[in-house]
Every structure is written in structure tokens, then in C-alpha cells.
Design a protein around this ligand. Sequence first.
Ligand code: NAD
Length: 350
Amino acid sequence: MTAPSDKALVPFVSVDLMMQLVHRVGLTEMIAAIAAAIEEDFRRWDAFDKTPRVAAHSPVGVIELMPTADDAHYAFKYVNGHPGNTRGGLQTVTAFGLLADMTTGYPLLLSEMTLLTALRTAAMSAVAARHLAPKGATTMAMIGNGAQAEFQSVAMQGLCGITHVRLYDTDPKATEKCARNLAGTGLTVTACTTAEDALEGAQIVTTCTADKRNATILTDNMVGAGLHINAIGGDCPGKTELAEAVLHRSDIFVEYPPQTRVEGEIQQLAPDHPVTELWQVIAGHAQGRRSADQITLFDSVGFAIEDFSALRVVRDKAVETGLHIPLDLLADPDDPRDLYGMLSRAAPAS
Ligand code: NAD
């Protein structure tokens, strides 16, 4: 039996290797590298093929495929969202994805993306907050203290200068877990018993709850002038976090309108309600925050270009550090047209 040639081996970053990579690079540094790649890719927005993600819904969750490509590379992510999973000891969100070469169509990287999604979602929130949050913001309310929460907090600390996070979750155990994990990061952490309490003195609020319904995490009276909201958890039809009245008082920034109009908070609004595409702000074509008392809302749903950016960072870092496994994923017949003949390599010796 002959081994596949090196050119046919695909670098694979497993969950274990992703954890090692995060430690090798540093958590904040990794999020910062992904944030920089997202900004770079958002600035060349028109270079990408874009499509809303393709979703398969069930009564308990969703499975989504998120593809995009530029002239050089193609990427997709497979991701699920099952809010009931944690009751059975499973993650709400798991993911894996692939980066490929547009010239040959050959994969360049296969990677776990559960951790990577948490990193890129945190990076994306920080990018949005850098353009939209009030200047000098130091305190963030973090509502929903599940899998994403610590990553969001660390990103806001490292990239936006947040020094204090105020935690709230309907499940006090989630808040305890989050506070425990954030001890030693240098953040001042306050565990709160209501969402209203969490918002006390906060200039930024991040909502990151998981519930497959139109929830009201932020009511109108909770949102004061000047607040920046990163609304992350509402990311499916029928799954939102904000009272509609909050949306009418906010300037709304989105990733890709054709996807956000279906999946984001703005599914509650008329289809022509004005929104600003965040890439326009990053590229300098539109204004972010204009005044100290403006309420800004980043209606985050997660878009394929963010995963593309994250995958290209991981590909570079995995190659640089050697933290990848060569995966025998592609056929490599001696004669490219003799796929049938390749079968003989595995024929049992008679
Ligand atoms: P998770 O299940 O680990 O955590 C969610 C937390 O929300 C849980 O601790 C739960 O107790 C809490 N919660 C539920 N209802 C609440 C309420 N009314 N008030 C306060 N807390 C409440 O999930 P996760 O992986 O942290 O993801 C959170 C959400 O973010 C999910 O809905 C997921 O789909 C979404 N998400 C969005 C993006 C994006 O790019 N926008 C990326 C990743 C995840």
C-alpha cells in the first residue's frame, strides 16, 4: 500500500490543536489577529461572492452552511444552533469549516470551528464596538453567560479598553462559571441578579442568550442614551433578544442585510427600515457613532466573511507553528485520470 503524496494531504486543525494554537499565540493576540483580518476583508467587501447562509430549521434548532469566496480563496462553515443542547451536556453551537484554493479547488485547511466561532464572534463584536461604542467606555454588561461570554469579555478588554464586566444570566451557575473563568484576566467582574442591575453604569451591553423564541432581554426602559448594544444571540427567524421599541430608538448596523433582515433583530421591523452596513463604516464610506447620546446597535448574526477571515488567520498560524495534522482527504492517483487504478493500492495482498 502506498501513502498519499504530500501535495494531497490537507492540514487539519483539531479541537486539541486549536486549544494549543490559542495558548501558543495568546488568546487576546489571536482575537486581535482575527479582528485585523476581518477589518481587512470588510474593507474589500466587493471582492467577495456573498449569499445569506443556507439554513435547515427544525423545531429545536438549526443547521447552517456559510459559504463565501474571493478570487483566491473559498471558505465554508458548517454550524448548528440548538439552545436545548446544554441540558443534555452538549454545546448550543458547534462548527467546523474549510478553506480552499480557488485556482485548483483543493482544500488548504480543514478546521474545528467551535472555538474559532467564539474567537471570531468576539473579534467581530470588538470591531463593531471600536467604531460604534462611546469613547472611553470602560464597563460592559454581559447578558447571557454561556459558551461565548468569556471570549466576548476578553475581546472587549483587549481590543476596546473595557475594564469592568457586569454579568447576568437566568442560570446563576452560568454566571458563576463565567466569573470564575474571568478571574485572573485583570477584568473587574460583578455578578448581577437581574439584567437591569447588570446595565447599571454600563456604556456597552452585549446580549448573548440562547432561546429559540422572540425573547425580550432588553426592554425599552433599560436602554439609556449613549448606550452601544452588541446583540449577538438573536440570529434566526423567530429568535430575537430586543424589544422592538429599542430598535426604533437605535441607529442600526448590520453585516449583510439580506441575511440580517431574515435572521437579526431587524426581522421585527419593516423590510425597508434603514440600516448601515458595518463594512461601509470600516471602509470609511459611512459614519459610525456621531454623538455621545446616540444609541448604536450592532445587530450581529454572524456572516461568512468573518469565518473566511478567521480561517485564513488559522491557516497561517497553523503552518507557522506546525500545529496541524496532515489529513488524507483527497484522492491522489498516479495518473489523475486513473482513479480506478488507484484502488489497487489498497488491494489485499493475495
Ligand atoms: P449557550 O447556550 O452556551 O449560552 C447561552 C446562555 O444564555 C445560557 O447560559 C442561558 O442560561 C442564557 N440565557 C437564556 N435565556 C436568557 C435570558 N432570558 N436572560 C439571560 N440569560 C439567558 O450559548 P452560546 O454558545 O453562548 O451562544 C449564545 C447565543 O449566541 C446563541 O443564541 C447563539 O446562536 C448565538 N451566537 C451568535 C453568533 C453571532 O455571530 N451572532 C455567534 C455564536 C453564537
